[in-house]
Design a protein around this ligand. Sequence first.
Ligand code: ASP
Length: 438
Amino acid sequence: MELKVVKFGGSSLADANQFKKVRDIIFADKSRQFVVPSAPGKRFSADTKVTDMLYQCYDLASKGENFDVLFDQIKERYNTIISDLGVDLSLEEDFNAIKIAFSHKAGRDYAASRGEFLNGKILAKYIGYDFIDAANVIYFKYDGSFDAELTNEILATVLKSHTHAVIPGFYGSMPNDTIKTFSRGGSDITGSIVARAAGATLYENWTDVSGFLMADPRIIKAPKTIEYITYRELRELSYMGATVLHEDAVFPVRIMGIPINIKNTNAPEDKGTMIVSEAPADATPTRITGIAGKKNFSVVRIEKDMMNQELGFGRRVLEAFEKNGISFEHLPSGIDTMSVVVAESALTDKRDHLISEITKSVEPDHITIEDGYALIAVVGRGMIRSKGTASRIFSALYKSGINVRMIDQGSSEINIIIGVDNEAFEDAMNAIYNAFLD
Ligand code: ASP
């Protein structure tokens, strides 16, 4: 039997009009039984998310300053939604309790979590679903990490006694009963956790775009939407900067093989993007799934004759990075050269120290650091099957007069990483995207 967990992001619940769309979506499909809301987001681009208002308000409270004005604005956001929807609900008691807790410095996480808590109460009342406080079903460990097993056990049991419920996103509780939140955008994670515990057949993540785009629309004009993307491809693309879904939201559903469908609250008929373990056989075959990239990387190049025969060479080089607290991104290597690609920001004032350390431990013939690299990841499960992917990429770059400064193909064969000059980044992205339009 179908059972869907549906998560709605902040822009989907920013005002009464958006709440109405959400209700229509939920009521359009009986299997949408468990709902995870975010706090009200922006109603227009210059607007402030309630979560940010709560942080600001709490910062004033924790400094002992007067926070009445900001607190009243937050109350106003909720009260307007309640009155515009015409629901019979008063949050006055909650507002009073929250205000007292702010004065007693209940913590920034507690403050931020009230955004989802209050929105969840309104939504539950509006659609007639039960309200389950996430503090009673989502748990963190003493060290602050998420307690997946305890949560799953308790949440699964609690969900069994509800057929329809709203569980606010973003927070849970610590062993000492204080409130803790996930990192920003964390309602995506709650949705995934609820989907796992409920044994859902699908996790629908409703937002304000119709799925993942093949590339960043700020760089590529009107990129196509991705129909199916595997968890692994998604990981590669998010790592290179593509964002729609919180990175940690994949893990809970991935263990259970529950697909995630990214959907648009403002265009519910659009199919959106399906995130799956494996694309179904009838999915339109694609050569590449998406491209993503970032600027400002540095390449530390170490050269030494006969390096390939020197046992422990790579380990000693990487040890120097580790000692300096620098994590590396890629390791494209030749027979007598080893290149370590790092984010420029990770090197800062550590350059001289790093070079002298590497020099001491492996005595290279040459060592240089080159800045100003942009990296582009071309990702696609279809690459393994289709010939000529690399040649398409490189001839497109050649035709656009772009110099390729580095190439790295992961052994998984689902990505090719290309390094170009920072200045050529946008042109390179366009050239590569256009090469795969057919
Ligand atoms: N409201 C929180 C935030 O703005 C969590 C979320 O929306 O997922 O980050």
